[in-house]
Design a protein around this ligand. Sequence first.
Ligand code: PMP
Length: 316
Amino acid sequence: MKCSQGENFSNGELHRFGNIELSPSAGILNYGQGLFEGLKAYRKHDGNILLFRPKENAFRLRTGAERMCMPSPSVEQFLEAVKLTVLANERWIPPPGKGSLYIRPLLMGSGAVLGLAPAPEYTFLIYVSPVGNYFKEGLAPINLIVETEMHRATPGGTGGVKTIGNYAAVLKAQSAAKAKGFSDVLYLDSVHKRYLEEVSSCNVFVVKGNVISTPAIKGTILPGITRKSIIDVARSQGFQVEERFVTVDELLDADEVFCTGTAVVISPVGSITYLGKRVTYGSEGVGVVSQQLYSSLTSLQMGRAEDKMGWIVELK
Ligand code: PMP
């Protein structure tokens, strides 16, 4: 669906997957005026199709659009477009337990603009792809390196919204980490360089006894929907969850560390390397808290557990 700056999106239509045409001076190509979202559709045992908290993605897109000077589809338009796209691609949704259909909504300044300014026109589109595990390790623990030179976001910047440039900014550190055999990078805050931020595409949690701590949302990390859900699930299971500044020392001293995100769901962390020193957790096996929260969340997402929170949207 398309619209001009200052107007509302009109309802969209379905197209076969293929290339799209853009002006060489499109806002997204020149000034990175683009946002995306990520959510998943799961097939339930009774054949129904489930979405997990899709309204949260719609809200986050709208918040991001405001920061990026873009119009955005209404929550209803977003939900309707996701539903139509998923139903039209139903044959690509893997059977229960075999993966999911990843849904990628994308909002961009598609109009031509030469001098730096918001684009005059916008396009919102959604494409989908069947996916399995994000990290090749699956639920097996991943190995992270703490990045001490490069930062993902700075206060006042765009780190808190899902804009495309944030991902371009992490490519260098992520590629270097992967070349050294690490699964991904854990970023520190750019001011004090000692507080945890997040991983390239997921949020981070540190477990010590019955307390689970995670960096607070303060504009430099993405407010993950999985993060928010895990906080609620963990609290409902009696854990004390703290959203605050978490230091790198606490990370190294933790009983367990795990990451959360739509793509990874929960990824236990087996080791952290910081300034050349490698710390391992729980003999690098899957920690009990990570395992427990992973089972609870995936049971909900796949429709195997009762949806007491009202987080699941059934499409049929
Ligand atoms: N942080 C970043 C930078 C991400 O790209 C993602 C993935 N969207 C997350 C955290 C996790 O967010 P969510 O749980 O909403 O997928």
